[in-house]
Structure formats: C-alpha cells, structure tokens
Design a protein around this ligand. Structure first.
Ligand SMILES: Cc1ncc(COP(=O)(O)O)c(C=O)c1O
Length: 369
C-alpha cells in the first residue's frame, strides 16, 4: 500500500475476507446441495472481478456469472477451472469464441438456442444456460417461444443444458406479489422443459426462502455488502472503504466564493479543506453543497460544487491539528455505508459501486486494515 503521507488520489479498499464471510453467510441460508454461485459482472460490481473471483473460489465457489463475453474471457484467465456463464448471451457468429474460452452462454431466445445447437452439432455438446422470461421483459424466452421449445425439445439438439434460469423483478420487496407470480411461472416453465438444474434467486431472492433456491442461487450485491432488503437491518458485512486524500486547507474571508460558478458565497470567514476526489472518481456532482464526509472522525459538509478531481469541505469547526495534508477522509467506511452515499446521491448502491472511477487506487486487504 502507498505511504499514507504521500500521493494525491482517492482509494478504494476492498476487504476480501468480508466478501468471503458474506459468501459463507449466504451459504448458511441454503439447504444441502444448493449451489451458491457468484455474480461478477461489471468487473465484480466495480470492485475487481478477478481478485474477488479468486477469493470466492477459495471459499468453494465454482460457478460464476458475468454479463459479457469479454468479462468472461478475463475471468477465465484468473479461474481456469470455473464454470462461467455469460448472461447477455452470445452475439450471432461469436459462438465459436465462447467454446474456445469454455464460456457458457445464457441462451436468451429461440434464435440463440438454434445457434448454440448448431455449434453443438458441429463440435459436440457444449454447456449453456436457458433463460426464461417470467416478468422482467428484458432477456429470456418470452412465453410464445417457451411454448415452441416445450413442444419441440429436440430443438435443444446436443446442447449440454446446465441451467434453466429466470430473474426476479422485485426480490428486494419481501411482500411484493411479483415474487410469488414469478415463482409460479418459473416452476411451470421448468416442468415443461428437459430436466436441468434451476436458478431463480439473486441476493434478495435467497432471503425469500427455500422455495426460491432451486438448485443454484446467483447473488451479486449481497456478496459486496449490499442489503438484500433495504428496509430491514443489513445481515451482510461491509466490504469497501472509499477514502480521499486531504490536500490543502485555507481560510477564506466572508464574501469569498468557493468552486466553479462561484456558486457558494461565504456568509462568514470559513476554513476550507480540499480533498482529492471528484465526479471522475464516481463522487457525484449532485453531492455539491449537500453531502457530508468524515474528516478525522468528524462529520463536515461539502461546500460548493463537486469538480472532476476535487471536493471542498467546510472544516471551520475542526482544529488545525485534525487537518493533516495527506491524511485520508472517509467517504464510505465504518461510519458511512455505500447505501447512505447512494441515497444521498439519488441512486442505488449498485450504481455507486459500478460507476466508481477507474483511477481510484484499488487496495485489497484481508481482515480489518
Ligand atoms: C440475471 C441476474 N442474476 C443475478 C444477478 C445478481 O443480482 P443481485 O446483485 O441483486 O444479487 C443479476 C444482477 O442484476 C442478474 O442480472
């Protein structure tokens, strides 16, 4: 890790042992024989797919999901023995590439089934998942295509059908009627298709109970510490800290202005600290003049607009001794969750994590560090 007294950046600290603990925590919800996979799309929700993939592998995770072929290709290098499903499916003519990298596409339409079956006729059985749309209306076989496939299962040809899956639209709302509706539709669809392991639950689906587990569950957010039911206490462990360097402190007289647009005119003499994080790092521009962060354990307001690389804080209440250039300011950490930052930013924790800037220095720790 870089010397804490040097550098001008912000950093993302990922606690791999907390992610491992979350994997075990999810496993504790599952009956014997139910496989707990890991969803690592969007570079492991922004935190680093390969590092997290290896940590999960060490916990016994053998099945992984990504969204894109390229994500699968990268993960394949880190996890040569893993079973990797690509949720967005194989684009036409790319099927052979999937076979080369031993990636299993999620077949999202009859056309994709036909293309993969053609490949299997040529190269022999290759694994795939079959996605049935039960209410998302996004990807997956719609009811009319399911009818055709159920009537003519021979269309699957020599496909090695590893998984029949669907995805919940409202899993994070325990009492939402869509959950039971999708469960019923999925059970019915499964019964009409050739036997294969089934999968419906994402993170929150796991906590909806055993009927939602089938043979395999696909958690993403909960592994990274996200709350499966945002309106209830979070059973998962926090896994990230986001911290920015304190760069400078200055005193500005009453009537002075702060930041772009001179949008903030000071009503009193104000002590201002500048920290090294901005919207290019994923700290939203709409947090200007609204958010609070922690300097030396004390909550202070953001003042003025958020710049690309910098944020200004009103630290008038803090002693000079607490304002050490080069020290870290907590954006997310023991005192503040990703969920809080998301709420303040007007978005959800998924979006905060997956839009963290590429230049945030990423540090991986095991245990409290
Ligand atoms: C098909 C599918 N399965 C599983 C997941 C993981 O969901 P979550 O992060 O809510 O656990 C996702 C993520 O959106 C998904 O698209």
């Amino acid at each position: 890790m870089t010397d804490p007294a040097t550098g001008t950046t912000a950093r993302l600290v990922v606690d791999l042992s907390a992610i491992a603990a979350n994997y075990r925590r999810l496993g504790a919800e599952l009956g014997a024989g139910v496989v707990c996979a890991g969803v690592l799309k969007a570079n492991g929700y922004g935190l680093g797919a390969n590092r997290i993939g290896r940590a999960l592998w060490d916990e016994g995770c053998r099945v992984f999901f990504v969204a894109h072929f390229e994500e699968g290709q990268t993960l394949r290098e880190a996890l040569p023995g893993a079973e990797i499903f690509v949720l967005n499916g194989a684009a036409p003519k790319d099927e052979a590439e999937f076979a080369t990298h031993r990636l299993a596409p999620t077949l999202n339409s009859l056309a994709e089934v036909t293309a993969w079956a053609r490949l299997c006729a040529r190269l022999g059985p290759h694994p795939a998942a079959l996605h049935i749309d039960t209410g998302m209306s996004r990807l997956g076989l719609p009811p009319e295509e399911l009818d055709i496939l159920a009537a003519e299962p021979a269309r699957l040809g020599a496909i090695d059908l590893r998984l029949v899956m669907s995805h919940l639209a409202c899993g994070e709302e325990r009492g939402h009627p869509m959950n039971a509706r999708q469960l019923a539709a999925f059970e019915e669809a499964r019964a009409r298709l050739p036997a294969a392991r089934a999968s419906l639950a994402n993170s929150s689906g796991i906590f909806l109970g055993p009927r939602y587990h089938f043979g395999l569950v696909r958690p993403g957010l909960a592994l990274y510490g996200g709350n499966p039911f945002p309106d209830q206490p979070n059973p998962m462990r926090a896994t990230v800290r986001i911290e920015a360097r304190l760069l400078q402190v200055r005193n500005v007289d009453q009537g002075g202005t702060v930041g772009y647009g001179a949008a903030r005119i000071l009503e009193r003499r104000t002590k201002i600290a500048t920290i090294a994080i901005g919207y290019a790092d994923g700290y939203r521009r709409n947090l200007g003049d609204r958010d609070r962060v922690l300097v030396a354990g004390q909550s202070v307001p953001v003042i003025g607009r958020v710049s690309m690389d910098l944020v200004t804080l009103d630290v008038t209440g803090l002693a000079d001794g607490a304002l050490v250039p080069g020290s870290w300011v907590e954006i997310v950490g023991p005192n503040r969750t990703v969920e809080d930052l998301a709420a303040q930013s007007g978005t959800i924790d998924y979006e905060i994590l997956t839009t963290l800037g590429a230049r945030l220095q990423r540090h991986y720790v095991t245990g409290a560090a």
